[in-house]
Write a new protein. Structure first.
Length: 234
């Protein structure tokens, strides 16, 4: 793919905090730059293999060069960009082999996670999962891909929380973040989009019944559908 600088649409503009105000501290600006650039990479606004120009990104976000520069170095540690001497910054390409490797690791750990969640989940955990799944119905109707991707992450984090195993939860959180761009691509398919809702319901229903074999089968089916859709998408 040819490397070009990211295009700036009319809807883009200076970034503000959740209360509408501009952050002022260096740490807050670094965090803001990191979050906004990461969001654009995950949603493929900054495309795989594309060159990122620090000055243009700073203008896009309404931020100075320093927080953008620091954010890009942090994103390099995350594996989302590569910083090359005399060549600048490139968005990491999508690798099918890499995501398939991650899916193998994720499947093993998700099976353990739902097993523990079925044994240890409190009623409040099940309700939190149900609230997340129910909220996705409206987003499905409007094909809000960004919103659905966030709810998908929250759903899996809720299962991890119900496992009562912090090490497992942290491991899965890292895998989910690394797969976020692939999730975004897979959710572009309207059929897969609708299937994810049904797959989440199957996992939730099994956990609510404390049915470990059904929960393991449901999460295996969910991850296998993701794997097949990714192979079709890339």
């Amino acid at each position: 793919m040819a490397s070009t600088t990211p295009s700036i649409s009319a809807q883009d503009g200076a970034t503000h905090g959740s209360d509408g105000s501009r952050p002022s501290s260096g740490a807050a600006l670094r965090e803001l730059a990191y979050a906004e650039i990461k969001r654009r990479i995950i949603s493929c606004e900054f495309r795989p293999g594309e060159a990122i120009n620090e000055s243009q990104v700073g203008a896009l976000l309404g931020l100075g060069r320093t927080p953008v520069h620091q954010a890009l170095h942090r994103l390099e540690s995350d594996g989302l960009v590569s910083i090359l001497p005399r060549k600048g910054v490139l968005v990491a390409p999508l690798s099918l082999n890499e995501v398939l490797d991650m899916i193998e690791v994720r499947l093993t750990n998700e099976l353990l996670c739902v097993t523990l969640a079925a044994e240890r989940a409190h009623g409040s955990d099940i309700q939190a999962m149900r609230d997340i799944v129910e909220r996705s119905a409206a987003l499905l109707e409007h094909r809000d891909i960004n919103g659905l991707m966030q709810l998908d992450l929250k759903f899996h984090n809720a299962i991890s929380a119900a496992s009562r195993n912090r090490v497992l939860a942290e491991l899965l959180r890292g895998l989910h973040e690394k797969q976020a761009r692939f999730w975004f691509l897979s959710l572009q398919d309207p059929v897969h989009l609708a299937n994810v809702y049904q797959e989440h319901m199957a996992v939730l229903d099994a956990l609510e019944r404390r049915d470990i074999p059904a929960a393991r089968e449901a999460i295996r089916d969910h991850i296998d559908e993701f794997r097949k859709n990714i192979i079709r998408s890339i």
